[in-house]
Write a protein that binds this ligand. Structure first.
Ligand code: ATP
Ligand code: MG
Length: 274
């Protein structure tokens, strides 16, 4: 059955991953093997090498990200702080491969994103990276289980494996009892947890989260942060690299290994916490 995809802005991002769905599974596996080997060789999940993203607006040049160099270790929890407009989302989108730098390079698990074909990039996004957007970006006509299943369909995970994977992801975020609900039938915190389940369902090595608590009250925000901290370091099994944008220094201090603060598209401060 064809996937019914709506023309919301999320879909541009999901559709980028959909190109990848055309590729046979063995290509995916080959790409994953390359990534994992490369990651174990250099120990970095992500490296930004003098990365810039400039926008031309008439005569003006906006330096949204300007010559940022940053290395993020595999398994590290990095918090990105900074005033509104300082370039946090732009940098996160570059790391995700959703946007291309004006200059400089992003290496993810040892591979230069610019050197990847569009299929490899889509595969990388689909297999290696999970993204939680600030505004949830769930598809309103789909139930929760359909929303969470979508990345598996795009990644051509065999149909028979999907229900268990969806169940596992939804159980993990405490939404096992809400699988038939549509997004409008969920609270804000539940929608955010569903967005996290969707980001996790492909078992990515790197979780990118753009202000995952930005729309939530303090208590629900804390719950989401505890969930992300547990995804970073689960009680058993491998942890994940987490790169999280937040405005809340307290949350960052509690969970992150390192805080990087951006100002005007550049790194203005770096603090190693643990
Ligand atoms: N497509 C675009 N065209 C032109 N300028 C842009 C574009 N996207 C972002 N910018 C500009 O780049 C700068 C950085 O934007 P970005 O979204 O990365 O900020 P941010 O740190 O995530 O802010 P916030 O905390 O408000 O989400 C801003 O000044 C913004 O206006
Ligand atoms: Mg932003």
């Amino acid at each position: 059955m064809r996937i019914k995809i709506y023309t919301f802005c999320l879909c541009e991002k999901l559709l980028a991953a959909a190109k990848f769905a055309m590729k046979p599974l063995r290509v995916i596996l080959r790409t994953m093997n390359v990534s994992e080997n490369a990651a174990s060789r250099n120990g970095f999940a992500v490296r930004a090498d003098r990365v810039s993203r400039h926008y031309k607006m008439g005569e003006a040049l906006i330096r949204a990200v300007d010559q940022i160099s940053l290395e993020i270790r595999a398994g590290e929890f990095l918090a990105l702080l900074g005033a509104s407009g300082s370039g946090k989302s732009t940098l996160l989108n570059l790391i995700a491969g959703l946007d291309r730098p004006s200059s400089g390079a992003i290496l993810a698990q040892g591979r230069d994103l610019a050197a990847m074909s569009s299929e490899e990039l889509a595969s990388h996004r689909s297999q290696t990276i999970g993204i939680v957007f600030q505004s949830f970006q769930l598809l309103p006509r789909m139930t929760l289980e359909e929303n969470v299943e979508l990345p598996l369909r795009l990644a051509e995970v065999p149909r028979g494996e999907r229900p268990a994977r969806v169940r596992e992801a939804l159980d993990r975020v405490g939404l096992g009892a809400r699988v038939k609900h549509r997004p409008t039938e969920l609270s804000g915190g539940e929608q955010q947890r569903a967005a996290i389940a969707r980001a996790l369902v492909n078992r990515p090595m790197i979780l990118l989260a753009d202000e995952p608590t930005g729309n939530l009250d303090t208590k629900t925000g804390e719950e989401i942060m505890n969930l992300i901290a547990e995804i970073h370091r689960p009680p058993s099994g491998p942890g994940r690299t987490v790169i999280m944008v937040t405005h809340e220094r307290g949350l960052a201090e509690r969970c992150a290994d390192r805080i990087v603060t951006l100002s005007d598209g550049a790194i203005s401060r770096e603090e190693r916490l643990r």
